[in-house]
Structures are given as C-alpha cells and as structure tokens.
Design a binder for this molecule. Sequence first.
Ligand code: BES
Ligand code: MN
Ligand code: MN
Length: 460
Amino acid sequence: MQEIKDFIEANKERFLDELKELLRIPSISADPAYSKDVARAAETVAEQLKKAGAEHVEICKTAGHPIVYGEKMINPNAPTVLVYGHYDVQPPDPMELWDSPPFEPVIKDGKIYARGSSDDKGQMYMHVKALETMINTGTLTCNIKLMIEGEEEVGSVHLTEFVKENKEKLKADVVLVSDTALLANDVPSITSGLRGLSYMEVEVTGPNRDLHSGIYGGAVANPINVLCDMISSLIDENGHITVKGFYNDVLEVSDEERAEMAKAPFDENEFKSELDINTAHGENGFSTPEHTTIRPALDVNGIWGGYIGEGAKTVLPSKAHAKISMRLVPNQGSEKITGLFTEHFENIAPPYVKVKVTAHHGGEAFVTPTDFPAYQAASIAMEETFGKKPIPARSGGSIPIVPMFEKELGIKTILLGFGLNSDAIHSPNESFGLFNFYKGIETIPHFFHHYARIKGNVEV
Ligand code: BES
Ligand code: MN
Ligand code: MN
C-alpha cells in the first residue's frame, strides 16, 4: 500500500487547500440567513466529488437543505460501501471567544482551526480524498456510494425521508461514517456506540406581564426562580435523573463488559486539567468514562428570561425559558422519554405558574458489534496505519441517522472517526489535527482493501 502513502504525500498541500475552500463557506444549517451558503457548500462538495472521480454526482433537493450524492461502481460482485457525512456546521457563537475568525481557516501548531474543521467537513473530506487516492492508484476494491447531507446539526429530518424514498439507490453492505473521535492519536479506537437524544424546550409563565419587582416582589411567584427550582429537582443528590420512569428501559451493562471498557486508557487528572475543573461530577457508582457513554445524562443547554442587559433593571419577569437535552442509552426510546419528560415537567409545576413543554429533534442510541466484517476490516486498517490495534470505545455524542440506517435500510454502520475530543467541536476555536486529516485519508483505502477481502467475492 506504499502507492497510497506516496499519492497522499505528493498531493498533501492541494488536499489541504481544497479543504480550506470548503471551510470558508459558512454552511450553518440552523440559521435560515445562511441558506445560500449551505447551498453553495453543497455545490462545492458536488464539484469536489466529480473531480475526485465519482460518477452520477447529483445535488438532491429536499424540503430543507440539499443532499449531495455520488458513486463509483466498479464491480457488481464486489461489496458496496455507503459513505455518509455532513457538510453543515454548528453556529459559531459566541464569536468573541474565537482567536481567529471561524470561517477563515488558519493552520497553527499542526492543526487547522475553523468551524466544521473536525465536525464534519474535515472528516467528510478525508473520504473524498481517499476516493481520489484509490482511483488514482488503482486500489479501489469496493463499489462506493457517497451521501453527504446538510442537516445533520439540525436533526437530519429530510435525510430520513430521502433514505425512505431511495432504498434501492442506497443499497449497500455497510455504512461508513467518520464523524466521531479517537481516544487519542496514540490510542486508536473504533466508536462502538452512540447515545440517543431527546431535546426539549420549556417555558414557565407567571404573571401576565413583567412587573416592578418592588411593588410585586414577594407576593407573586417569579417564573425564573420557579424554573430554577424545577430544573434543580430533575437530578437528585445521587446524580439520578428524577423524571418518572426515566430508567425503566435502560439497558444495564454487565460487570464483565464494564471491566472490559475500563481497560481503555483514561486519565482523570488530564480530563480535569484540560477542562479546568477541580473534580468530575456525575451519577454515583459510575466512572467518568461511563458517565458519558453507558449512562444517560440531562443538561440545561440554555436558560433565559428577565433582564440581562447592562446595569440593573428591577423587574419580576412574566416568563422564563430553558432548553434541556437528555442523552439516552440503548433501549431508551427517544419519543418515550420525550413523553415522560413532558408529563413529569407538567406534574412538578407548582400551581402559581403555567408551563409549556415542546420537543425538538431526537434520536436513538446505537451500539455496533465488534465481530462483523466491517469492524474487522476497520480494525486491521487502523492497525496498519497507526501501528497499534484499535480498541472499541463507546462515545457520548449522537448521530441519529445511524440507527435510522439500520432501521430503514437494514445496514450496519462502522464509525471510523479520526477527530479528538479536544477538537472543541460545537465550541469556539474548533480544530482538526493535520495528523488526523492525513491519517484518515490513508486509513480509509486500507479499510476498503480489507473489507473487499473479508466480505468476499473479489480478488484483492
Ligand atoms: N459529530 C457529532 C456527533 C459526535 C461527536 C458523536 C463526537 C461522537 C463523538 C454530530 O455532528 C453532532 O453534533 N450530533 C448532535 C446531535 C444532532 C441531532 C444535533 C449531538 O450529538 O449533539
Ligand atoms: Mn458531526
Ligand atoms: Mn455536530
């Protein structure tokens, strides 16, 4: 596979320049003000796919942002890999915390800094360049279909419809996704699980208008105070979520499996010092890595109401709001949890306020087996390029479309991510290591090689 290394080495700078071009486009799917940029990013991805050698490249319109599709079918007897990625990004705010502008990529200390560099433009683009590499070195051994969407960060609503309507077109043996992280650059890993998600918004209303906090304060319930009480009651002193019925369906992980997971290197001190916290904090009886993988979590993502401008304004506000996410583990249905939360939150509301609960997007948790051909191929590929056998590791993030692929297409997904948790995805100063970018481009062709070999039917 020396030819792969050589081709990447010879084209290194150009690969990076092309990625930068994509990173300059503010394809923020959540904000309608950027929908033209999102469309421009889709066109750029389509152009880049064509240049890489993909055929039948098309921009598929949806009721939301478009999906870019392309393929290279080489042999009807060879296995087919469906690559999935996303070209949309999270909003960059808070802007003032970026050291350099989010859509003007800069290289510093061996990393490329820009919104989307790791999540997921940089990782998605590794596949485009891996395809180009395989075509140019004559090492493409599988049929490949690529589907790059523009709504992952807003719940993949239209992709779900697209998948349901295009089952034949998307037929494949496995889905390959690079949108997760390695444990560390010297601890290669394959993501073996994702958490599910229920995302809620709550509104608490007290009096019918904002009041003078002197004239009324003390006699009328303040919805912000009440919301804070309600929120703080959602997690008890043992770190348990108090939503009635919340743990009923949780799949407990066996002691053996926990012991196996605990073998993955994890440095609690490094974790604390990287985040500048004195101590980690979570559910009693579980370790920090377990808190973020095999156990659910409930977090307030935003809270607002009343006066937050300069100086002081004496006001007893009429309304208070919060956005609350719940990360779920296997077997906890997202819709069921959404229902339980709604019921619980309405039940705990004291009589002096009204509450309104609405649901945003959600998705199911996912676990992947470690004994099927795609996992074996990924494991050997990483061992070859990292010089170390990767370990399976569950992740705490969510990619709701992954369990959907299994449900709608009956295809398993292999999560071959090359980011790092320290990439600061969704945060200011997001970055992606150049080591990771090139290592991904190199590892993907190795995966294809071994997948064709293990899955069978073709000589490699
Ligand atoms: N790529 C992330 C998910 C991720 C990151 C999984 C790191 C594992 C490790 C994805 O783009 C993402 O941000 N997903 C959202 C969910 C979505 C419905 C908005 C998330 O996890 O918050
Ligand atoms: Mn992502
Ligand atoms: Mn994301």
